[in-house]
Design a protein around this ligand. Structure first.
Ligand SMILES: [Zn+2]
Ligand SMILES: [Zn+2]
Length: 250
């Protein structure tokens, strides 16, 4: 009990210290640390190197379209995906990775605000009763890391867009190994059935929130769970997505 109290005191002292530093220190670029004019904005160099994706690409899955495609890619036309709309703020590259890794492993919590700032416009026009649902971590991973990076981003988005967040709606009931290096079908098999839904999804429009989108197999497993629980529409919004990846193609 005493040590828990000491930890809380230390943590809040650290948070206060950081808040005070934010007041007196100039804002820094979330990509490279250079001093910038506005809080949570990029320097010119990082800005130029980022590929902002916006509403470009297939109306459903968001992948870049061939010149011959209409607004929807051939795969989505043949079989409309469970996730009705997938969007990411930027293409996964050096700067995008720096933010994702800095938040997840470097515990630089302020990076969630920078990510949300550039993701928020992609929620324009969203129904006021839509729910933002961060992709959950397994409880063991959560205990190790201490926080869910997607929840931090979802919280910021909820605040910026005045949307409700529902972090309890999905639960990762089974821990899954890192998907890196697996093929698309291996990934899909690995995460299938890893999630369960708690009451509250029925009849709702849901936006899944994640940091990095590679093949989308994790988001698809989440969407399948929410679909079974009666969600009427499921979308996915990420900070960044891998665009040129052979296993990304379906
Ligand atoms: Zn920079
Ligand atoms: Zn598509």
């Amino acid at each position: 009990m005493a040590s828990a109290f000491v930890n809380i005191t230390k943590d809040s002292a650290r948070a206060w210290g950081r808040w005070l530093l934010d007041l007196v220190l100039p804002p820094r670029c979330p990509g490279c640390g250079a001093i910038v004019g506005d809080l949570h904005s990029f320097c010119a160099g990082c800005w130029i190197s980022l590929n902002f994706l916006g509403e470009r690409g297939c109306t459903h899955c968001g992948i870049p379209l061939a010149a011959t495609d209409s607004g929807t890619c051939a795969a989505c036309l043949a079989r409309p995906p469970l996730i009705a709309r997938t969007r990411a703020a930027v293409e996964y590259g050096e700067v995008a990775r720096h933010l994702a890794v800095g938040l997840k492993y470097g515990r630089k919590i302020a990076l969630a605000k920078a990510m949300a700032r550039y993701m928020a416009p992609l929620l324009d026009g969203m129904a006021a009763d839509a729910l933002l649902v961060p992709v959950p971590l397994h409880r063991r991973r959560l205990a190790m890391r201490g926080f869910n990076q997607s929840l931090l981003v979802a919280r910021e988005l909820g605040r910026l867009k005045n949307l409700q967040i529902a972090p309890q709606l999905l639960r990762r009931k089974r821990a899954t190994p890192a998907l890196k290096g697996m093929s698309f079908s291996q990934r899909r098999r690995t995460v299938a059935g890893a999630f369960e839904s708690r009451p509250g999804a029925a009849g709702r429009s849901i936006v899944l929130i994640d940091d990095v989108l590679t093949t989308g197999s994790t988001a698809e497993a989440c969407a399948r769970t929410l679909d079974r629980a009666g969600a009427t529409r499921i979308e996915l919004l990420c900070w960044s997505r891998v665009v040129h990846n052979p296993i990304f193609e379906r």
